[in-house]
Design a protein around this ligand. Structure first.
Ligand SMILES: *Cc1c(COP(=O)(O)O)cnc(C)c1O
Length: 235
C-alpha cells in the first residue's frame, strides 16, 4: 500500500477506536482529541497525516522540532512538546510550540516562567505527573503534585491547561487504568482546592496500546505514534 494510504487507514482505525471507547464510556467522541506523537517520523509522513485532517502534533525532543522546522514551515497544525525538557533548551523550544505538556518540576516551571516574562508572552502548559510509580518515567511524583500546582499558580506567563501522564506500561487493564484514574483524581482534587484553574482542563493520557482504557478513565487527549506511523526506526 502507498505510504499516505496506509497512514489514512491507520488514522481511521485509531479514530474508530477512540469513538468506540467514547461510546463505551458514555462520552461524546468529540471529547477526545488525537495528538500525533511524531518522534522519528519524517516530515513527509507528518505532512500526509496533516493533509488527512489531523491538527495536532507532539515531539519529545527539541532537536526533532529543530531538524523538521523547515520542512514543516508551511504546515498548519498545533505543536506541543511532550518530552523531558532540559532547562538549557527552554529558549529554543519556545520558538516551536504553543504548549509544553511536560512541566514536571518547580525548578523547570520557574525557569520557563522567567523566560516567558522576559519575552513578554504566555504559554499553555500541562503538568506532567508520574502516575505509574516507575522510577524511569519523568513526571512529578503524585505526592508533590499539589505543591507544583500551588507554585505554578504564582508564576507569570504560565497558563495551566491540563495534566499529562505516561501511565503504566503494561498489558494489564486494572493497573493501567489505576494510573490514569490517579491523574483524573489529582485534577479533580486540584480544582476543588483551588490550585488549578476552574473549567475545562485536559487530561493528556493514553497511547497506541491503551487508548480505550485511557478514555474510560476520562482522557481528553490521546497521544498516538506507532498505531498511526508504524514501528519507530531509531537508526
Ligand atoms: C512516543 C510517545 C507517545 C506515543 O507512543 P506510541 O506507543 O507510539 O503511541 C506518547 N507520549 C509520549 C510522551 C511519547 O514520547
Amino acid at each position: 500500500m502507498e505510504q499516505s494510504a496506509l497512514i489514512k487507514e491507520n488514522l481511521s482505525f485509531v479514530h474508530n477506536e477512540i469513538k468506540e471507547a467514547c461510546q463505551k464510556a458514555g462520552r461524546e467522541s468529540s471529547a477526545v482529541r488525537l495528538l500525533l506523537a511524531t518522534k522519528t517520523v519524517e516530515p513527509e509522513r507528518i505532512i500526509q497525516a496533516i493533509e488527512a485532517g489531523e491538527t495536532l502534533i507532539g515531539e519529545n525532543k527539541v532537536q526533532e522540532y529543530h531538524d523538521k522546522a523547515e520542512a514543516l514551515s508551511d504546515i498548519h497544525c498545533e505543536r506541543h512538546f511532550i518530552g523531558h525538557l532540559q532547562s538549557n533548551k527552554i529558549k529554543e523550544i519556545l520558538q516551536y510550540v504553543s504548549c509544553i505538556q511536560s512541566v514536571d518540576s518547580i525548578s523547570l516551571a520557574e525557569k520557563l516562567s522567567a523566560q516567558l516574562l522576559k519575552a513578554n508572552r504566555t504559554l499553555d502548559i500541562y503538568l506532567q505527573i508520574n502516575t505509574s510509580g516507575e522510577a524511569s518515567k519523568f513526571g512529578a511524583d503524585p505526592g508533590e503534585a499539589f505543591q507544583l500546582m500551588e507554585k505554578v499558580k504564582t508564576l507569570g506567563g504560565l497558563q495551566v491547561k491540563g495534566l499529562m501522564t505516561i501511565g503504566l506500561f503494561s498489558d494489564q487493564e486494572v493497573p493501567v487504568r489505576k494510573s490514569y484514574a490517579l491523574l483524573r483524581t489529582l485534577k479533580e482534587k486540584g480544582q476543588r482546592e483551588g490550585l488549578l484553574p476552574e473549567g475545562h482542563l485536559e487530561l493528556s493520557m493514553g497511547m497506541s496500546g491503551d487508548i480505550e482504557w485511557a478514555v474510560l478513565e476520562g482522557s481528553t487527549m490521546v497521544r498516538v505514534g506507532s498505531a498511526v506511523f508504524g514501528k519507530r526506526n531509531y537508526a
